[in-house]
Ligand binder design. Structure first.
Ligand SMILES: CC(C)(COP(=O)(O)OP(=O)(O)OC[C@H]1O[C@@H](n2cnc3c(N)ncnc32)[C@H](O)[C@@H]1OP(=O)(O)O)[C@@H](O)C(=O)NCCC(=O)NCCSC(=O)CCCC(=O)O
Ligand SMILES: Cc1cc2nc3c(=O)[nH]c(=O)nc-3n(C[C@H](O)[C@H](O)[C@H](O)COP(=O)(O)OP(=O)(O)OC[C@H]3O[C@@H](n4cnc5c(N)ncnc54)[C@H](O)[C@@H]3O)c2cc1C
Length: 607
């Protein structure tokens, strides 16, 4: 019935202050940024053009271009990926050749695979591209740099001479990513003034002299670091949306279990449903908290870079690349699991889940393919380990590797299931697992004469070691979050339950790592799983309140299954009748194609 809260009985069970939990979930982000991040997920605005100008343009160039971009006087596309190269940025083929006679760069797509392909906004709407191209001076190739190129007239929006632009066509399903005009672009000797090469990091003088960057060349990749840390926050939004929908629906849906006319069982009470759903609920909170830490780490990096302190740049790259990879994979897989948790109705568009999945899953690819990103983390870990011998003491997220020798001797001293509730017990197990996996890789790598051959041969193991490292970061940041002062009745306790669920679910899922590295015994693994079941029972009465704390409107969720009031069935039915198919009783084509078959006489008893 309209206006009735069908989930009131669930909300009344909450054992914590929901208003405080809402504030903890929102964290340090103001309402605008939360809305902007939400809208990015729905509107998919490619928000890289402006950050890239800020990162790679001189002050003078910023003064010229940022006001135009901020006021939408020009619409920019971050145009890096090509048909033939996306992951391998150093393999990009587009060229920008300096012409000293005219003080211009000539942009050209020398091959079909040099065609720019995928950039958001490029297909129909962008007027300018921040094009990544190989800088060529006097036939010498100086590698990939950024160039601002006007693509379309600001009067009639027609493409300019030498520019061939198109949309790359429909993408996965009917998802909202089809509202994004990911485009293709071919340059045919397009000329731009020299001052449209972004010259904050390296320059080309009027005489055609290349002035290399006096800062790490990787700063030219800075926009990707910026967006990757944002994508971790987006993962917490996407996953929490799906978890909110499937948790509320799991409390509404009843199936089996009726005795003597009693109501059937709420599917949220089935242990299998809890074992699938509650780790995702815990993961949403875990990803949110690690995104907060990563955002502050990134802001600290920016301050350091301003002071020409590049000391945390490698770690920032490893953390943004690795956490982008891990959290988008968890969110993408989690959204699909949430669809399955809703049974048949989860497959309806009106559930909001198919659309969310179709829009979200490319996050595992864009801004760095997730495996390629974990390989970057692996390189960083192997480099860190190789420097241990020279006395280099790792800090920050690799500090545990400085205690590798000690961790190699570690054996968990868990005796009872509840021992796994102690944060230090969990962290030690995760540190030992990660350290042993990385040390094992480093040891195997040392057997290869050519380290790169070894890296390729061992890349699958290295990805697993990188995964263990990133999961340790997320577990650690969840624990650190709860060491903060968090007010409100029962809030910290509930977050503690979620923290333990997140860690012990990972331990259970990756039990092979923990056993094969001899960090824990099978019995200790069994006790961890025992503890998980008990934790699920502690979440159960709070589940609806924990997803209410995400504070999502029904409009934002756009899901009949995830409605705040739980009034699912009438709304499912109502929504179905909005389908144009239901405008008529007899479907189009019936009279032409079906009725003749029905009217066909039987021949010898056969149709
Ligand atoms: C995979 C790499 C990192 C490889 O780069 P490379 O130059 O070949 O470097 P390497 O030899 O592996 O490493 C050399 C060195 O560079 C470091 N490094 C690499 N990347 C970064 C970084 N971002 N910040 C800081 N440092 C970085 C590496 O750690 C290496 O360091 P080292 O020399 O070992 O100390 C790079 O090609 C890359 O980032 N590929 C992914 C491309 C990508 O992410 N494209 C995104 C396009 S935009 C997009 O998708 C938009 C999404 C849509 C939306 O957001 O809406
Ligand atoms: C929805 C969407 C939006 C996008 N928006 C933009 C945009 O706005 N601007 C832009 O410039 N680009 C954009 N892209 C492109 C995107 O950045 C690239 O697709 C992404 O970086 C992956 O690169 P790739 O396509 O070359 O994948 P590939 O690298 O070709 O990946 C193919 C397979 O090869 C594997 N692989 C590749 N290299 C290695 C290696 N060294 N070791 C082991 N395995 C490897 C990968 O893991 C993967 O399994 C977008 C892409 C999508 C899907």
């Amino acid at each position: 019935m309209e206006g009735v809260d069908h989930l009131a009985h669930e909300r009344n069970k909450a054992q914590f202050d929901v208003a405080v939990m809402k504030a903890v979930w929102a964290g340090s982000r103001d309402a605008y940024e939360l809305f902007h991040r939400f809208s990015r997920l729905v509107a998919n605005d490619p928000e890289m053009f402006i950050p890239a100008i800020k990162a790679q343009a001189t002050e003078e160039q910023q003064k010229q271009w940022l006001p135009l971009a901020n006021k939408m006087k020009i619409i920019g596309s971050y145009t890096q990926t090509e048909l033939g190269h996306g992951s391998n940025v150093r393999g990009l083929e587009t060229t920008a050749t300096f012409d000293p006679k005219t003080d211009e760069f000539v942009l050209n797509s020398p091959t079909l695979t040099a065609t720019k392909w995928w950039p958001g906004g490029l297909g129909k709407i962008a007027t300018h591209a921040l094009a990544h191209a190989r800088l060529i001076i006097d036939d010498k190739d100086y590698g990939v740099h950024g160039f601002l190129v006007q693509l379309r007239s600001l009067d009639d929006h027609l493409t300019l001479p030498g520019i061939t632009i198109g949309d790359i066509g429909m993408k996965y399903g009917s998802g909202a990513y089809n509202t994004m005009d990911n485009g293709s672009l071919i340059f045919d000797h397009v000329r731009i003034p020299r001052n449209q090469m972004l010259m904050r990091l390296s320059q080309v003088t009027r005489e055609g002299k290349y002035v290399p960057s006096n800062v790490p060349r990787q700063l030219s990749y800075g926009t990707m670091v910026y967006v990757r840390q944002k994508i971790v926050f987006d993962a917490s939004i996407a996953l929490s949306r799906a978890v909110c929908i499937s948790t509320r629906y799991s409390a509404v849906r009843r199936q089996f279990g009726s005795h003597n006319g009693s109501p059937e069982t709420q599917v949220i009470d089935y242990k299998t449903q809890q074992a699938r759903l509650f780790p995702l609920l815990a993961s949403a909170y875990a990803i949110r908290f690690v995104s907060e830490w990563l955002n502050s780490f990134y802001k600290d990096l920016l301050q350091r870079l301003e002071a020409k302190d590049f000391s945390t740049l490698p770690e920032a790259h490893a953390c943004t690349a690795g956490l982008k990879s891990i959290t988008t994979s968890v969110a993408a897989d989690g959204i699909e699991e949430c669809r399955k948790l809703c049974g048949g109705h989860g497959y309806l568009t009106s559930s909001g889940l198919p659309e969310l999945s179709a829009v979200y899953i490319p996050a595992c690819t864009y801004e760095g393919d997730n495996v390629v990103m974990l390989l970057q983390v692996a390189r960083y870990l192997m480099k860190t380990i190789s420097q241990l011998k020279s006395g280099n003491k790792p800090v920050g997220t690799t500090a545990y590797l400085g205690r590798a020798e000690q961790l190699m001797q570690y054996h968990s001293d868990v005796l009872r299931a509840e021992d796994w509730l102690k944060p230090n017990v969990v962290v030690e197990a995760f540190e030992a697992r990660a350290a042993r996996m990385s040390m094992a890789c480093a040891q195997n790598l040392s057997k290869f004469n050519n380290p790169e051959d070894g890296f390729q041969e061992l890349s699958a193991d290295l990805v697993e070691a990188a995964t263990a490292h990133c999961q340790l970061i997320i577990v650690s940041k969840f624990i650190e979050k709860l060491q903060q002062d968090i007010p409100g009745k029962g809030v910290k306790e509930q977050l503690g339950v979620l923290r333990s669920i997140y860690a012990l679910f990972l331990l259970h899922k990756h039990i092979g790592d923990f056993l094969s590295t001899d960090c824990i015994t099978p019995k200790q693994g069994y006790l961890a799983n025992e503890q998980l079941r008990s934790l699920y029972s502690q979440v159960r009465p709070n589940a609806i309140a924990l997803v209410d704390a995400f504070n999502y409107t029904d409009h934002f969720l756009s899901s009949v299954l995830g409605r705040y009031d739980g009034n699912v069935y009438p709304k499912l039915y109502e929504e179905a009748w909005k389908d144009p198919l239901n405008d008529t009783s007899i479907p189009d084509g019936f009279h032409e194609y079906v009725q003749p078959m029905l009217k066909q006489p039987l021949h010898h008893g056969r149709l």
